[in-house]
Design a protein around this ligand. Structure first.
Ligand code: SAM
Length: 217
């Protein structure tokens, strides 16, 4: 898998470290224009620019084993600020495997390896926009649901825990952005406006109530 740097300290051996997001080999080509703004109706993965590298921001955040006895993720990892980070600033890119959760994307994979993942974020979720070439064949809008999963390949952002049971509110959020040069969609982690991070503080987001509801039922 593509990577131009060594894994950061405390990286788990069972996960492949990558500084470059990967598009799943099962990703349907007709959906490429939802994840790359330069894609045309006949684009393929090979015809599009490479996905950009996301280097580990070692002066900003580091992975640490959680040892506090009252921490709900004790024994697991978390991501912690190495220095003070201003409010409304980028912390790290969320690197993983981009995959389609729509039936078209799932049918292409024998087994949907992302279904049970605890590291799968929603990257793009919208109703389908028929391309000019499809407008006669596709009349019904369908849900386009695309995820980015760091279960097996990822970077340090996969260690970010949910704030529940740790703090009264999150200090960071996930933001979907577009790479201005290569056109690719990507996920980033930013400090919340008016909040920021203190040196040594754990980076905490909200996974959303749906994440926990799906795991308690
Ligand atoms: C994206 S991973 C976060 C990184 C994880 N701690 C690790 O070491 O790989 C999500 C998993 O972390 C744990 N986790 C994250 N936030 C938590 C919280 N607030 N309370 C309990 N467990 C949490 C849960 O096991 C959850 O399924």
């Amino acid at each position: 898998m593509p990577s131009d740097e060594l894994a950061p300290p405390n990286w788990p051996l069972s996960v492949i470290y990558t500084s470059c997001t990967i598009v799943s080999p099962h990703f349907p080509s007709p959906q490429l224009h939802y994840i790359n703004r330069l894609a045309k109706p006949n684009s393929t993965l090979r015809s599009l620019p490479p996905l950009p590298l996301c280097k580990h921001p070692k002066d900003v955040a580091r992975i640490k084993l959680v040892t506090q006895p009252d921490h709900p993720a004790k024994g697991q990892n978390g991501l912690f600020a190495v220095r003070k980070v201003e409010a409304g600033a980028k912390v790290i890119d969320y690197v993983g495997v981009i995959h389609s959760r729509t039936p078209e994307g799932q049918e292409r994979a024998a087994v949907d390896e992302h279904e049970e993942s605890d590291y799968d974020l929603s990257l793009i979720r919208c109703m389908s926009v028929p391309l000019p070439s499809e407008s006669e064949t596709q009349t019904e809008p369908t849900l386009i649901d695309i995820g980015i999963d760091a279960a097996k390949h990822g970077n340090a952002a996969r260690m970010i825990n949910d704030y529940r049971g740790i703090a009264s509110k999150p200090n960071c959020e996930f933001r979907q952005v577009w790479d201005p040069v290569s056109g690719w969609a990507r996920m980033e982690v930013w400090t919340l406006p008016g909040v920021g991070l203190k040196k040594g503080e754990e980076v905490l987001v909200s996974y959303g109530k749906g994440f926990w509801a799906a795991r308690t039922s």
